[in-house]
Structure formats: C-alpha cells, structure tokens
Write a protein that binds this ligand. Structure first.
Ligand code: B12
Ligand code: SF4
Length: 467
C-alpha cells in the first residue's frame, strides 16, 4: 500500500526546525519505518491543510497517517477535516500523546477512521495488513475505531514489550524536500511521576531499555553515513547508570567519536559525578535537566523528588565539565503558590545560579497528566484552544492572580535570568556553536524575539510566532 505520513507544519513559536521540516516528529518516522519493513511504500512529509493535496497528488496514498502534540493538534485536526471532505476514499489515522489521551474528542472533531492509543510500531502494520485483507474493523488493541457511537480497541494504551529492535529510520523515508538528522532512542519511559509530564501517563511508569550493542551499532551506521552529532530522545538517558557506564566503555573500546545531547536529572548528576565526567570525555556536549522550581513545596507537589541542595550541587558538577547545560524552569504551579511573590522568588532563584541555557515555560496542563486531571475536576481549565498548549500561555485559572499576569512573567523571567549572566553570555553562545549544542538559528530566534518585545514593545507571543 502507499502510505503518506504527515508531521504537522508547526507554527509553535521559535520551532523553525519543525516548521521547515529539518526535524520531523520522531514517533512518525518510527511508524513509517515499521510500515516500510512490512512491505509498504511510505513517505513522510511536513504539511498542513494548505499543502497536503499536493502531496496526496504526488504520492497517491491509500492511507494517510498523522502525528501531533497538543499544540499542533489544531493543524492536524484541520488537515484531517480537509482530507475527509476532499479525499473521502483515503483511510486516515492519527497517533501521539494528544490523540492517545483525547481520542473521543479527536473522533468527534475530525471523523478520523482510526486513532492509535500508544506505540504504533507493532499495531500500525497490523492495521495495514487488515486493511489489505479488506477488514476495516480489526480487533487490534490500541487501534481504536468508532462505530455507532461505540469505541472499539480502546481499553488500554498499547506499549511494546520490547524495544530492542526498533525499526531503522533512514533518509529515504522522508520526501526529498526535507532534511534528515538522526536521533537515537535507547530507552522509552521514565519511572518518575512528575505531575505536569505526560510521559509517566503515556508509558504507565514503565521504563524499557535497549542493549548497549544495539545502540552502538545504530550510531556506527549513522557515523558511516557522515553524521557525527546525535540527540538522544530518551526521556532520561542516565536513569540506568550501569547501562550508561557500559555505553561509555563501548564508545572507548570502539574508538568512535561523536557529540551527543541528552536529558538527565539533578539527583543522578549529584550521585554520579565520575560518570558525568566520563560522559563529557566520550562526547556528551549538552545535557538538559528539569529544575522547574526553587521553592521546595512546589517541587514536592510536582513530585519532582529533587531538592534545592541537589540542584546547586549538580550545577557545580556540570560547570567543572565540558558539558553545556540547558535547564527547564516552570512559571506557575496551579496552587496557592501562584502569587507574584513566589513567582518572583523563583525567578530570583534561577537568576542567582550559574546556569547555562534556561528554557522557561508556563505550567501547561497536558492531557493525561495529574495536573490536567486535577484542573478539569476543579473546573479550572480556561479553554481548550489547543494551539495555546505550547507552554507559553497560561491556559488554566490561577487561584490568586490573573492568567494574564502569569503570561507576563514569561518574557520578564527570560530577560532577568539571561541578563543575570552578564559577560558569561558570550562564552555560553560561543561554546554552544563550537560544540554544536545549539544552532545559531535557535539563538537568533531568541535574540530577535527579545529585541522585538523588550526594545520595540511588541507582544511577546506575536514576536515569537511566525506566520
Ligand atoms: C524530543 C522531543 C521534542 C523535540 C521533537 C524533535 C523531533 N524531531 O521529534 C522538540 C524539542 C522539537 C519538541 C518540541 C515540543 N515538544 Co516535545 N518532546 C520530545 C520528547 C522528549 C521525545 C519525543 C519522541 O521522539 N518520542 C519518542 C517517540 C517514538 O514517541 P511518540 O512521539 O510518542 O510516538 C510514538 C507513539 O505516540 C505513536 N505515534 C505517534 N504518532 C503516531 C501517529 C500514528 C499514525 C500512529 C499509528 C502512531 C503514532 O507511535 C510512536 C512510536 O511508538 C517527548 C517526550 C516523549 N517521551 O515522547 C516530548 C513531548 C512530546 N513534547 C512535548 C511538548 C509540549 C513540546 C512542545 C509543545 C514544547 C514547546 N513549548 O514548544 C514542542 C512542540 C513541537 C511540535 N511542533 O510538535 C510534550 C507533549 C505533551 C502534549 N500533550 O502536547 C511531551 C510529551 C513532553 C512532555 N512535556 O510531557 N519536543
Ligand atoms: S519530568 Fe522528567 S523525571 Fe519527571 S516524569 Fe517527566 S521525564 Fe520523568
């Protein structure tokens, strides 16, 4: 069968790489590879309703598959509605975190044929096989369809037992208009349970790991194609420290050289400083770590299971190494700490630390998360305009201040936190280029946005968005 897979053309602020297709949602590439391995002709494109017809004409698909996150759901929704009207013969399917948790709403909005609840690598080819045999209503748990108001196969979110042999993502999966940059997944899931993160809900707290041998073989293959810089999409690459040690050992034994970026946690960094030094030596050039808040009570309610002392110690450890660091901060907590004095306390905390990059978000209740379920129960979700679920808009009703005031803290926090770095901004940017930790385009977007907002007084969200 001919399958067209669509990554929504995002206009999420600043994500140039996703808009231009330099990056395509990795989950979609995995299911494209799985369908190819099952003998189908697959092409992955980045599109919205305005240009999907062109791709349908070019690739003549029988099935159209879409992925999205909450913020890009409106693009996916409009595209599916358009396809249903204009190409009614096409079978359509959507997957990803948003569709998994909001499947009933997505069916109602789009009249899509199927929704994948969970991981698609096994169930998507099973659906294609059923469709080839003329069975449009197969019993495949996780491939949900709707008939006469009843949902079938929706009882659970399906996960693969084993992720050792993930299908191989190759250049030829994507249409030639888009560039290819390999990402590595050595594990899926996370054993922690942070209240704002949809990972624990999606993976049910399960954590699965691939063998060091399989990951090294994949990296060697990408190296042979000329790539030497990889982003690990693992939710936390360093959870299994024994695995990480074996991985470093394998890099050293094989004598292979490459840069890699990954996500970690402050507790792991504090408990394993030697491992961090070894990772730096073996090519780790950027580590992203969630601090979220410097207020102990907020950390506790988020179930972060880290403390302020660990945060400070982890920063010291990383600052002694050649690893650039990128920290996450959250404004707002949807509880009694949503007061200007606590938000300002948090901004002061982040400004007082010798951090590398800081990525600041507004607390966003993503479907499936504990925060989402609580705010729905308390009737404190302001609206379901999903394009605003981009971690830059306050979409909930705060208890002690207005949502607009929370929104205003986002640019303020960026300015204060980055200005607090003073001259250290110069080596920060210089090193990020040198170690390929961040692209000049990303930093360019950040500087342009701040200039438009702070100097020219433009609205922050409009300054960041590109239409
Ligand atoms: C890496 C990453 C990014 C990268 C993406 C790069 C890329 N090329 O993919 C970058 C930094 C660009 C990014 C940006 C954003 N991200 Co992000 N990101 C991640 C992260 C850590 C890994 C994504 C990944 O590759 N996962 C591995 C793949 C294999 O899993 P998957 O995507 O879920 O796909 C599987 C299934 O869902 C299913 N599936 C998915 N689609 C489809 C489609 C079909 C048809 C089928 C059958 C199956 C299927 O099968 C796949 C294979 O098993 C996830 C967390 C996570 N664990 O997923 C967050 C995550 C997806 N991101 C999130 C968010 C919020 C964002 C941003 C909005 C942040 C922001 N403020 O801008 C943007 C939105 C970007 C966009 N336009 O879509 C949230 C989404 C929550 C939500 N409900 O919206 C997540 C879950 C993290 C979290 N906070 O909880 N992100
Ligand atoms: S925020 Fe990080 S540590 Fe917490 S559940 Fe999500 S991936 Fe795990």
């Amino acid at each position: 069968m001919n399958i067209l897979l669509v990554s929504p053309k995002a206009c999420t602020g600043g994500l140039e790489s996703l808009r231009k297709g330099n990056q395509i949602l990795q989950g979609l590439l995995y299911i494209a590879a799985a369908a190819r391995d099952a003998g189908h002709n697959t092409t992955v494109v980045v599109a919205d309703k305005a240009d999907v017809d062109e791709y349908i004409l070019r690739y003549k698909p029988e099935v159209l598959a879409v992925s999205c996150v909450s913020a890009t759901y409106p693009i996916a929704r409009d595209l599916l509605i358009h396809v249903r009207k204009k190409h009614p013969q096409l079978k359509t399917i959507i997957g990803g975190h948003h569709a998994t948790f909001m499947y009933k709403e997505v069916f109602a909005d789009t009249d899509v044929d199927y929704i994948c609840r969970g991981e698609g690598e096994e169930v998507f080819p099973a659906l294609l096989a059923a469709l080839e045999q003329g069975n449009a209503e197969p019993v495949i748990m996780g491939i949900v369809y709707r008939k006469d108001g009843t949902y079938y196969n929706d009882a659970e979110i399906v996960l693969m037992k084993d992720i050792e042999n993930l299908p191989k993502i190759t250049r030829d999966l994507t249409a030639p208009d888009f560039t290819f940059s390999p990402k590595i997944v050595s594990s899926r899931g996370c054993p922690f349970n942070c209240s704002f993160c949809s990972i624990s809900a999606f993976y049910g707290g399960k954590y699965r790991k691939r063998s060091v041998e399989a990951v090294i073989a994949e990296i060697k293959e990408y190296l042979s194609w000329g790539h030497d810089s990889f982003w690990f999409h693992d939710d936390n690459l360093t959870i299994d420290t024994k695995w990480m040690e074996s991985f470093c050992q394998a890099i050293e034994d094989e004598g292979i050289k490459f840069h890699f970026n990954c996500m970690s946690r402050v507790d792991t960094i504090c408990n394993n400083p030697e491992l961090m030094a070894r990772m730096a030596k073996d090519g780790c050039s950027l580590m992203s770590i969630g601090i979220e808040s410097g207020i102990p009570e907020v950390l506790e309610r988020m179930h972060k299971k880290i403390n302020v002392e660990q945060i400070k110690q982890a920063i010291k450890i990383l600052n002694k190494l050649s690893i650039s660091h990128n920290w996450y901060m959250i404004i707002g907590s949807a509880d009694e700490f949503d007061k200007p004095r606590y938000i300002e306390q948090n901004i002061r905390f982040f400004s007082s630390l010798p951090l590398g990059y800081v990525l600041i978000s507004i607390l966003t209740p993503f479907p499936g998360t504990e925060i989402f379920n609580r705010l729905v129960a308390e009737d404190r979700i302001r609206h379901y305009n999903w394009e605003d679920y981009d971690a830059m808009h306050c979409v909930y009703k705060p208890l002690f201040m207005s949502y607009k005031d929370i929104d205003k803290y986002l640019p303020k926090a960026y300015v204060k936190v980055y200005l607090s770095k003073g001259w250290r901004l110069i080596p920060l940017f210089y090193n990020s280029f040198r170690r390929k930790a961040m692209s000049p385009a990303t930093i360019g977007v950040a500087i342009k946005t701040m200039f438009l907002h702070v100097v020219l007084g433009k609205d922050f969200h409009n300054a960041l968005k590109k239409h």
